[in-house]
Write a protein that binds this ligand. Sequence first.
Ligand SMILES: NC(=O)c1ccc[n+]([C@@H]2O[C@H](COP(=O)([O-])OP(=O)(O)OC[C@H]3O[C@@H](n4cnc5c(N)ncnc54)[C@H](OP(=O)(O)O)[C@@H]3O)[C@@H](O)[C@H]2O)c1
Length: 312
Amino acid sequence: MNAMRVVFCCTGTKAQPWLDGLRAALPNADVSEWQAGAPSADYAVVWAPPQQFLDEQTALKALFNIGAGVDALMKLQLPPRVPVVRLDDAGMSVQMAEYVCHAVIRYFREFDGYAADVATGKWSYRKPNLREDFPIGVLGLGVLGQRVCAALAQFDFPVRGWSRSAKTVPGVQCFSGRAGLTEFLAASRILVCLVPLTPETENILNKDTLGRLLPGAYLINVARGGHLVDDDLIALLESGHLAGATLDVFREEPLPPTDRFWRHPKITLTPHTSARTLRDESISQIAGKIAQLESGAPIASLAGVVDPQKGY
Ligand SMILES: NC(=O)c1ccc[n+]([C@@H]2O[C@H](COP(=O)([O-])OP(=O)(O)OC[C@H]3O[C@@H](n4cnc5c(N)ncnc54)[C@H](OP(=O)(O)O)[C@@H]3O)[C@@H](O)[C@H]2O)c1
């Protein structure tokens, strides 16, 4: 019997450590880096593969994406009937919780104000903010959104969440669908974006939605740059309706050197680093799912299978 074949095709990723890790986790598999013209493997591990890869790998039993977001992959022509499986946490949710809590607490405790005072040798107290004046709204109640909500609730912030389908999440006031969005936004002072980028959520952070937040609001975008209408953010920061924004993701990455976001005094930016793919955790998750499929488990029983209709 031929060994199961696993092909690796991840643009911008050093292949060797992944190949070594996948070989160690799947000792009976033939694991190789993709070469153009190679016959189709049984499973693929991908990040931003070229269209040629997808055109050639037509006999895959599953395509594993080494990230949580599949927006870039879904824009390509995928081989018909090949299920796409994304990372399901794999060490990302705790990083996302750290990042968002850091940004929220920095705003809530006015650490920038203290830093400015210290820089001028000034010892001065600020009036403590009230948690009830800082309700937090999290767009997206998936794997990452729910972990972020739980972490924020630990600090006693009022937490609201918004998802496509109606949900009950302990400690979170839940809203759903377009009908629930207006009320959700009007009750949020800090907005955290953690929905996947799909045709339905593209440009969802715009003058209308951001304009509905409580005055002096903050935006934390850790999902995708395509969610945000950049000009609308600048206008709302300039009008004072928004007090600040923390952005980890951008329409064009790396952010071009001339972009006005770099030097805007109310914008804090990081280079798409809020929740990194952790290699060992990801390999172990993917290898575990391959083993499940090989032992006859139906694809629908796996966590993280992408619904092509919904696009996430
Ligand atoms: N910056 C980074 O480093 C980084 C790292 C990892 C991930 N991300 C981003 O984070 C996103 C979320 O990841 P995840 O693992 O939490 O995804 P997930 O588990 O698929 O959760 C997505 C959530 O968004 C909701 N949603 C999707 N479309 C919606 C719509 N049209 N209206 C309302 N709610 C909608 C879903 O609602 P339902 O529950 O009803 O389906 C779900 O609650 C990824 O897609 C990726 O873009 C960024």
